[in-house]
Design a protein around this ligand. Sequence first.
Ligand SMILES: C[S@@+](CC[C@H](N)C(=O)[O-])C[C@H]1O[C@@H](n2cnc3c(N)ncnc32)[C@H](O)[C@@H]1O
Length: 213
Amino acid sequence: MPHGEAAMPLRSLNAAEWDHTYDSAIAGWDEEPPPVLGELLAEYAPPPVRVLDVGCGLGTTARWLANRRYTVTACDFSAHAIEEARRRTSAGAAVRYEVLDVTGHVPLGLFPVVLDRGVLHTCPTDRERRTFVAAMARMCRPGGLWVHVGAAALSEENALDQFSGPSWTTEKTFLKAVDAWFTVLDLRIADFGRQTGVTDWPARYAVLRRKER
Ligand SMILES: C[S@@+](CC[C@H](N)C(=O)[O-])C[C@H]1O[C@@H](n2cnc3c(N)ncnc32)[C@H](O)[C@@H]1O
C-alpha cells in the first residue's frame, strides 16, 4: 500500500453500486442454474411450493423456478435489475418482483423456501455474512428451507474475501456463518454455472433447515 494511504475496509456493494454494475457490465453470472440445483429442489422441496428468490438479479433463476411449477417472489435491492427482470418476464409467469433490501424490513411474510444464488457470497466479512444469514432466517418460516448457492473455497489457501465479486469461503467459515439460525441438511460442491471458463468454478450447494426458535 502506498505510504499514507488508508486501508479500505472490506464491504459488499450497495444498491447504487449494483445498479451501476447492471448498467455498465455484462452480468456474466446471469444464466440458468446447472442441473444440481434442480435435483436438490426436487428432493427437498418438490413443487408446487412458494419460493422467495433473494437477490434475484435479472430474474433468470426466478423464471427457471416458475417454469418448474414453483410460485415465485423474487426480490433485489437493485431497482435497475428488477426493471430488467420484469421486462424479461412474460405476463402470465408465476413470478412477482419486489425492490427490497433484505437486510432491512421485508414486508413479504414468511416463506417455506428461500433461495439465494450468489448473494451470501457477495458478503466479504463474517459480520456481513451473519447479517445476511439473520435476514434469511427472518424471511424463512421456522422448519422451512434455505437453498443456497455460493462460491466455495476448497482449502484455506483458496479462501478469498473481496469487495467486488464473489468471496470464496471455506466450509468452516460457511458453517460458522449459518449455525445460529440453520441446520445443514445437504452440502454438495458443483460448478456455479454452465459456462466453461466463465462460471465453472466451485460452488457450494446447500440445503438448510431454519431452526425452530
Ligand atoms: C451476483 S448477483 C446474483 C444475482 C442472481 N441471484 C443470479 O444468480 O443471477 C447478487 C445479487 O444480489 C443482490 N443483492 C445483494 N445484496 C442484497 C440485499 N441486501 N438485498 C437485496 N438484494 C441484494 C444484488 O443487487 C445482485 O443482484
